[in-house]
Write a new protein. Structure first.
Length: 445
């Protein structure tokens, strides 16, 4: 398989498998009890008619003589009846059968416009507003997963999730995720409600992977779509550096709590003539100084051992990188490679990658370090980094120990998400390539 083909296959495979895993495992592995805050009763006064249909609490239309929707909703709220014909003009309420639990906003989103969760609209069932759904889970040093379906998740088919790796929290901490009713910030086209991760001041020692579902009116998705973050409601939102888009959700790494949403800078209707070029995306790294990302999972010291003899055998370790790539690290020892039985241990170490390299995997150790193979053994190293073109220089590098320099392994064969080669001894191994002037530059999204 050519380099270009395998890299394309990797991207397609990762997007599809990532989505499949979320759908298959996401909210089925529920963590905590999801709750929806009760909606207030709205008194339909003046000439604002209340929602009709099967509504236990009629919510009045908000545009004077604009009628409200039918209100046949799952939680019995009347139609919103907001103006969506164009800004400032009264629209007609929708039929109220949207999954967000309130009547669908009336009319159609004007041509050339996005829908929005801003109170003034234009609204749409494709832009479900948050209704205060919340979920909490106490997570300790062993890690865990917090998921929240919410209104946007029900619409997109993907829940909001936080994947907390081991050692990210040093003590048991109750994490709460809320799909808030906070209006998205001005100057953005919003693709999701604003989510809150609490405690706001919680900090993670290891980056936490966050997945945010999104939706807007059908059409081409802006290439600048990304996750934005703010520490609290009084602070401005900034782009999450490693935000990566998929079908119906964006994913990125966070180091603390705060407010998060998916969107991009620009006007709801039309094109912003002052919009500059999209922000650059850089490759991530497993070095302590980063830049970190869920696509660059750091080793946490997991290991696997097996006693192998003259008949050979295999030692496999899924680890953090293997779990992300879908391919485990493996050492396949052929018959006659060993003259006697010996315990062979594979570890996905916490050792930072060597300086001067773009790292695509954690550093793995095959022990004993002085282990030798009379017949070459096959090693498979899973890898990952920010999605995009992968350098043709990507290869495997080896060192006898931590005090020795790394050198390129001969005969490396690249595949979608892993590199493979033969080795004749134990030691340290990782996937990457030397830093050059070109690799130091960030590529534009």
């Amino acid at each position: 398989m050519t380099d270009g083909r395998r890299r394309s296959a990797e991207l397609s495979s990762c997007s599809l498998s990532g989505l499949g895993l979320l759908i298959a495992c996401g909210w089925l592995v529920a963590c905590g009890q999801e709750k929806v805050k009760p909606s207030p009763v709205i008194d339909p006064s003046g000439d604002e008619p209340s929602g009709g249909g099967a509504a236990s609490i009629g919510k009045g239309g908000r545009n004077g003589s604009s009628p409200a929707g039918a209100g046949a909703t799952s939680d019995g709220k009347g139609g919103a009846g907001t103006s969506v014909g164009s800004p400032g003009l009264g629209g007609h309420g929708g039929n109220g059968t949207t999954s967000r639990g309130s009547g669908g906003a009336g009319g159609a989103v004007p041509p050339g416009c996005h829908c929005t969760r801003q109170p003034q609209g234009p609204g749409s069932s494709q832009c479900p507003a948050g209704a205060g759904a919340t979920v909490s889970l106490t997570v300790d040093a062993s890690g865990g997963r917090v998921t929240l379906l919410g209104q946007q998740g029900a619409s997109s088919g993907v829940p909001f999730s936080l994947d907390i790796p081991p050692t990210a929290l040093r003590a048991p901490t109750t994490l709460t995720v809320t799909e808030t009713a906070i209006a998205p910030p001005a100057g953005f086209v919003d693709y999701s409600p604003v989510y809150r991760v609490e405690p706001l001041d919680v900090e993670f020692a290891v980056p936490v992977t966050m997945t945010i579902p999104w939706g807007n009116v059908d059409g081409q998705v802006n290439s600048s779509l990304a996750i934005y973050v703010a520490p609290d409601e009084s602070s401005p939102f900034e782009r999450l550096p490693d935000s990566t888009g998929n079908a119906g959700f964006n994913r990125g790494s966070i180091g603390r709590g705060g407010l998060f949403f998916v969107g991009f800078r620009g006007p709801i209707c039309g094109r912003d003539p002052d919009a500059g070029p999209s922000q650059p995306i850089c490759l991530c790294s497993r070095r302590p100084e980063g830049p970190s990302s869920w696509q660059c999972p750091v080793g946490v010291g997991e290991s696997s051992s097996a006693t192998l003899g003259v008949d050979g055998g295999t030692v496999e370790l899924l680890g953090q990188q293997g779990n992300s790539s879908g391919v485990p690290f493996s050492l396949v020892v052929p018959p006659a490679a060993l003259s006697a039985s010996i315990a062979v241990t594979v570890t996905e170490t916490t050792i930072p990658p060597p300086a001067g390299y773009v790292d695509y995997s954690p550093v793995y150790r095959v022990a004993p370090g002085d282990l030798t193979f009379a017949v070459p053994a096959t090693i498979t190293v899973p890898w990952g980094n920010i999605g995009g073109p992968v350098s043709s220089s990507l290869s495997l590098y080896a060192a006898t120990d931590e005090a020795s320099p790394f050198h390129r392994v001969d005969g490396v064969v690249g595949n979608a998400g892993f590199e493979q080669a033969t080795i004749t001894r134990g030691g340290l191994f990782f996937a990457g390539y030397p830093i050059t002037a070109t690799s130091l530059a960030c590529t534009s999204q």
